[in-house]
Design a protein around this ligand. Structure first.
Ligand code: BTN
Length: 255
């Protein structure tokens, strides 16, 4: 355990740094199931993950020592689990806001919570919720961001990193500090009930909103325009004179 000099109240104040682990999300979930309660805001940071996980059972590949791979513990018990997409918004807005200050306004949130620079993926978020009854007990927020890696396996398409954009190394520790500060700021907005403001921030920074693009639905390519995201986190797409909503597994962007 390490106490940081982060200028936050709780996010990142208790940081555990591991040189190698299967997945920081799994490590944190395992700690929660076994040991004494951990303080909210605890961060598990790994130099290397050998079984990093992405969304929909994809692997998260990241060269050792080059990128940020960490998991953050939050306890949003004040929030109805039905509103859990608001936490996805908090985290993606915070990452987006932090990165815009480093690499500019081309950083966007690709629904539901990927982080894109122009048409390339810079990072992703995997939030795993632990509920007890109908109450939200823990959220394990896994964040992977490509920082200083410039070569990627050919199986990973449309990917970039801060170094590929800025053409120089970026200080990972300072970025983590800024991310923790931003996450805390937006999480406190959620705690204060400012969900409408968070909805607006999310939509303002959403990749391809209100633009015509192609999407794949049921194996067919269609043209449509993203008009919003509903309370359950489903994508609202206007196409063929109608707005329909889609879950993550039902629709893919054509990039
Ligand atoms: C995605 O875009 O598919 C989500 C990627 C999430 C990766 C991070 S890295 C830290 C944490 N530990 C994991 O195993 N996954 C998340």
């Amino acid at each position: 355990m390490q106490n940081n000099t982060f200028s936050t109240l709780f996010v990142g104040q208790n940081t555990v740094t591991l040189s190698i682990v299967d997945s920081t999300n799994d490590y944190l979930k395992n700690l929660l199931s076994k040991s004494a309660p951990l303080p909210e805001g605890t961060v598990i940071l790994a130099e290397e993950q050998f079984a990093g996980r992405g969304q929909v059972n994809n692997a998260w590949l990241s060269d050792p020592g080059k990128n940020l791979t960490f998991s953050l513990l939050l306890t949003p018990s004040f929030l109805d689990p039905e509103k859990q997409f608001l936490l996805n918004k908090v985290i993606s807005i915070a990452i987006n806001d932090t990165l815009v200050q480093i690499i500019g306004a081309d950083v966007k949130i690709k629904w539901p919570n990927d982080i894109y620079f122009k048409d390339k993926k810079l990072g992703g978020v995997l939030i795993e919720n632990i509920l007890r009854g109908n109450k939200w007990k823990y959220a394990v927020v896994g964040i992977g961001l490509n920082i200083n890696q410039i070569e990627f396996t050919s199986s990973v398409k449309n990917v970039t990193s801060i170094k590929k954009i800025l053409h120089k190394d970026y200080d990972k520790a300072s970025l983590l500090n800024h991310l923790c500060t931003a996450i805390e700021k937006y999480y406190l907005q959620l705690r204060s009930g400012n969900s409408e403001w968070l909805d607006n921030q999310y939509l303002q920074n959403l990749y391809r909103i209100n633009e015509w693009h192609s999407f794949t639905i049921d194996g067919h390519v269609i043209d449509g325009k993203i008009t919003g995201v509903n309370k359950n986190g489903m994508l609202e797409l206007f196409s063929q004179d109608k707005t329909r909503t889609y879950s993550f597994k039902e629709i893919a962007f054509v990039i």
